[in-house]
Design a protein around this ligand. Structure first.
Ligand code: ZN
Length: 455
């Protein structure tokens, strides 16, 4: 079997980090100059940082700049452009507003939506083949039907549609707010070959499919499951559970803020998101400590928050945008598919990060330990916070759902073993309380990690 399909080949694969950085430096210089010349927001940011755009010649120069934007800053500059310029796209828009060709947002269910996914025609012409390539690596091709099931429906996938269409595949879209029953009926009618949704939702459908359609999810006869939006199949238990239930391979794909296109390969043991198009942005090369915001050296195994800077974007280019994703970088060759570029594993969200006794703790890492106890636990858990994060007064409190019947002594034994496993892995001993299966609320979008007892 061919391990890798392709649509487009990046000229960067196989080059060293230093070679990629030097090849992309001219794009960086051009993009920075363009942003400074065409946006009041970026002009102000450079002035505040005491930096001249002409000083940004290399990736190293870029790494020394402070963060220019967070999601909150983006909302603020959208509000500013709405009031002063009569459009909602932000004062960081660099292209004439009449040249905007596509806009989309993944947010809007919490807080004011951000229009981070706003492009000109040129932006999409550049991005689409790279998005197509990412899907081709999952086996998507001509004649395939991709069924998308996200909150806000098509808005979460707008840009992906351009990649899908280049491959000759047909996108089908359902807003997750339509509910599971409607979705499954639609799946039954349209017979998709690929399903894209969050891993939590894919797991949820395993139980619901027999109830609403009278058959297991394996009968959907998918060629592949495409998951995104939260850490999922990087956990071997989740990957195995999904692949056994759906009887097809699962892939993780992402492109936060329309940047950093990444996809996992079909390796039986997850090998991270493969950075298949480094020429899109500097995101995989610019990591900071989520707390101090100091640059993190780009070494094998480095962990840091990704900072996005566009290299080829006209509409809403990003410069030093801390979008919140914390990743761990691998620089060696993928042992399964031979990919030679950078790979990244999602560690968590910077705003989910907790600090317990001075140690940075990501909920996803805690959950990965709990998941090892399946099937005795359901996989549903919460971290109970008595005060606003990130600082937690020890012990860290976990609420974990167990399966079946457990007598008091057995419960104590299981809770103790979970606490020990978390301690062995993360060097902190949580206080674990068990709760029967089905007692923690389920979500059709991203599963909450915290139970905020202080609210
Ligand atoms: Zn691989």
């Amino acid at each position: 079997m061919t391990k890798r399909f392709s649509y487009y080949e990046s000229e960067m694969e196989g080059l060293s980090i230093a070679e990629i950085e030097s090849r992309l430096a001219p794009s960086l210089q051009k993009q920075i100059g363009y942003c400074y010349a065409n946006s009041t927001f970026y002009k102000r940011k450079f002035q505040e940082a005491g930096a001249d755009p002409k000083d940004i010649q290399t990736f190293d120069d870029l790494r020394k700049l402070p963060v220019f934007m967070t999601k909150e800053d983006e909302r603020a500059c959208q509000e500013e452009s709405r009031l002063e310029q009569g459009h909602p796209f932000g004062t960081h828009v660099c292209a004439p507003v009449e040249d905007l060709y596509l806009t989309g947002t993944t947010s809007g269910t919490t807080g004011v939506p951000t229009f981070t996914y706003t492009f000109t025609k040129n932006d999409l012409d550049f991005l689409a083949p790279r998005l197509a390539h990412r899907l081709a690596l999952c086996g998507v091709g001509k004649g395939d039907r991709g069924l998308f099931f996200f909150t806000l429906g098509i808005y979460a996938t707008t840009m992906t549609l351009w990649g899908l269409r280049l491959l000759g595949a047909l996108p089908i879209d359902i807003d997750a707010r339509a509910g599971t029953e409607t979705f499954l009926k639609f799946a039954n009618l349209t017979k998709p070959t690929f399903l894209a949704c969050t891993p939590s939702l894919a797991l949820y459908l395993i139980d619901k499919c027999p109830k609403f359609l009278g058959y297991p999810v394996s009968e959907l006869k998918l060629k592949g499951l495409l998951t995104t939006g939260e850490p999922g199949i990087q956990d071997p238990n989740i990957k195995q559970k999904l692949e056994e239930a759906y009887q097809c391979p699962s892939f993780d794909y992402w492109s936060p803020a329309g940047h950093a296109p990444g996809v996992s390969c079909g390796a039986p043991l997850y090998q991270g998101l493969h950075a298949v198009a480094p020429e899109v942005c500097t995101s995989y090369f610019d990591l900071i400590d989520p707390v101090t915001q100091e640059p993190v050296p780009l070494e094998h195994g480095a962990v840091g928050q990704m900072v996005h800077t566009s290299l080829h974007r006209q509409a809403c280019p990003l410069v030093k945008y801390a979008y919140g994703d914390v990743v761990q970088i691998s620089l060696d060759e993928c042992p399964w598919c031979g990919f030679k570029g950078i790979r990244a594993k999602l560690v968590g969200r910077a705003d989910d990060m907790l600090i317990v006794k001075g140690v940075n703790v990501y909920p996803a890492a805690v959950k990965a330990e709990v998941m090892k106890f399946q099937p005795r636990v359901t996989g549903q858990m919460r971290i109970v916070l008595d005060a606003p994060p990130p600082r937690v007064e020890p012990p860290l409190k976990l609420k974990v759902e167990y399966n079946g019947q457990l007598a008091g002594a057995e419960q104590n034994g299981l809770a103790e073993r979970i606490a020990q496993a978390v301690h062995d892995s993360l060097r902190l001993r949580p206080e674990v309380s068990l709760t029967p299966a089905g007692t923690l609320p389920r979500s059709t979008s991203k599963t909450p990690v915290f139970e905020k007892a202080y609210e």
